[in-house]
Ligand binder design. Structure first.
Ligand code: ADP
Ligand code: AMP
Length: 216
């Protein structure tokens, strides 16, 4: 496939951020993760970050207009010329409709939706053990995917951090937002026959194999 537009959807901790960079490398796509972009904006205290921070801290979704704006801008990057893998977007049916409209204006459409299906019960351990490299969004896990040196990013040697919203308490609101606002997005694209259902509870390598099959 020469040009590919795909996105990952699933609850927090289901493995979207772990698999998306692998997909990006294999298919030469650009990886657009709205959560990473919003965290960078919060850290830099930009007007966008200031608007988004409160909802993010509470584990709620930020407004559709904010995220649609950043995706619209990001999709114009030259690195996106072979297509892109969206990670964490769209997360509401309104975002999905806006995305379809943006793509239609460019004469393209979504090729595949990767649904990281997983039981909620598995997610607390994944989320509370997650460590990230803020600048790249690379994620590690103290048990399932430890860095070579504890607390240090394998690639840059910089320190890892834990996300403010990666607590058992905030996870509850994030899961509630997922079931109420994001699951309907899966139904929306299922009706279009675009959804590949993955077994996201399996070990990372097995999930990668499922993703490769879904995209080939
Ligand atoms: P998401 O982007 O969907 O929120 P991540 O990819 O960041 O989730 O994964 C959440 C945590 O679980 C990370 O610490 C990651 O290292 C770990 N993880 C990712 N995929 C798996 C897997 N298949 N099995 C076990 N742990 C995983
Ligand atoms: P994530 O890194 O994907 O777990 O996202 C972290 C937080 O960023 C979410 O809990 C939301 O507050 C916000 N966010 C990320 N992507 C979106 C989106 N597409 N729509 C609304 N809010 C988002």
């Amino acid at each position: 496939m020469n040009y590919l537009i795909s996105f990952t959807v699933g609850p927090p901790g289901s493995g979207k951020g772990t698999q998306s960079p692998l997909i990006k490398d294999e298919f030469c796509l650009c990886h657009l993760a709205t959560g990473d972009m919003l965290r960078a904006a919060v850290a830099a205290k930009t007007p966008l970050g200031i608007k988004a921070k409160e909802a993010m801290d509470r584990g709620e979704l930020v407004s559709d207009d904010l995220v649609v704006g950043i995706i619209d801008e990001a999709m114009k990057k030259p690195s996106c010329q072979k297509g892109f893998i969206l990670d964490g977007f769209p997360r509401t049916v309104v975002q999905a409709q806006k995305l379809d409209e943006m793509l239609a204006r460019q004469g393209t459409k979504i090729d595949k939706v990767l649904n990281f299906a997983i039981d909620d019960a598995i997610l607390e351990e994944r989320i509370t053990g997650r460590w990230i490299h803020g600048a790249s969004g690379r994620s590690y896990h103290n048990k399932f995917n430890p860095p070579k040196v504890s607390g240090i990013d394998d690639v840059t040697g910089e320190p890892l951090m834990q996300r403010k919203d990666d607590t058992a308490e905030v996870l509850k609101s994030r899961l509630e937002a997922f079931h109420r606002q994001t699951e309907p997005v899966i139904d929306y694209y299922s009706k279009k026959g675009l959804v590949a259902n993955l077994h996201a509870e399996k070990p990372p390598k097995e999930v990668t194999t499922e993703v490769q099959k879904a995209l080939s």
